[in-house]
Design a protein around this ligand. Structure first.
Ligand code: FMN
Length: 254
């Protein structure tokens, strides 16, 4: 990841209307190159992706996607611990990369593709993102975001990390539930946690693992823009913060 995508975090939003016109072939080829160049936090988990036009998606998914777009990015991964988080990370970097090219996106957690309906020998489907051009505008600045207050999501000991944490806070999440909590320590690390879902609902848990990956991508983009060379690590023993939080990963700010 070399391109600075931090400015895109402030412009990105979930678009709900798309022009029904195909995306430029060269842009899709560049998107494929970009995604293929990425390494997710858990590098050993097998993953892949497809870009599918609406009609091709309709052949394999159950039901209509919530948002009709000319194209969908489909993320798949073998089922291992953190494979959903990996997809959230990869998908959100793709979203920011597309945003830098004025391509509108919307995460589509509601899209379902059963293994039996997917292309033969595919890895298990994880999630989809709608993409295309839109007549809606991108956001102008951070004031347009609907997010919980900083104090409810961020527990920061070092003021110098605030710009990074602000960008983490703006990450998208399924139903805007904002399950992530960001905690910095005095050893140059930002720890990411997510709140336990109500009654441990497996569908919500699934989505919130993807949400955590998107937040990690924002933190990493923010840390690079702030001049760090961040590393995503899973610390052992796991950092503890509050009882209702599940540790996700830490960003070590080198
Ligand atoms: C993992 C994930 C799944 C999502 N699924 C859907 C979806 O199925 N349909 C939809 O309209 N928006 C979906 N969203 C978008 C959220 O509703 C949106 O991110 C949230 O409301 C915050 O708004 P913003 O993205 O404009 O900042 C999803 C977002 C994430 C991160």
């Amino acid at each position: 990841m070399t391109e600075d995508l931090s400015a895109q975090i402030l412009r990105r939003k979930s678009f709900r209307s798309f022009r029904q016109e195909p995306l430029e072939e060269t842009l899709l080829e560049e998107l494929v190159d970009y995604l293929s160049s990425l390494t997710p936090p858990e590098a050993d988990i097998d993953w892949n992706f497809d870009t599918l036009p609406y009609l091709d998606l309709m052949r394999i998914c159950s039901g209509e996607p919530g948002v009709k777009a000319p194209m969908y990015l489909i993320l798949r991964a073998e089922r291992k611990r953190f494979s959903l988080q990996n997809c959230g990370y990869l998908g959100e970097l793709a979203v920011l990369w597309l945003c830098a090219r004025d391509v509108a996106t919307c995460w589509q957690g509601s899209v379902r593709i059963e293994q039996g309906s997917d292309f033969p020998d595919s890895l298990p489907y994880v999630t989809a993102i709608a993409l295309g051009h839109s007549d809606e505008s991108f956001r102008k600045d951070a004031s347009e975001f609907e997010r919980k207050p900083y104090e409810k999501m961020v527990f920061n000991r070092e003021e110098k990390y605030r710009p990074i944490l602000e960008l983490g806070r703006l990450a998208p999440s399924s139903f805007n539930r904002q399950p992530c909590v960001f905690v910095s320590d005095d050893r140059g690390r930002i720890h990411l946690f997510r709140r336990k879902s109500f009654l441990s609902n497996p569908v919500t848990d699934f989505a919130q693992c993807v949400d955590a990956g998107a937040s990690l991508a924002h933190l990493e983009v923010g840390a690079r823009a702030a001049g760090f060379q961040p590393e995503i690590q899973r610390l052992r023993p796991e950092p503890k913060f509050k009882g209702n939080l599940i540790y996700q990963a830490s960003l070590v700010l080198n």
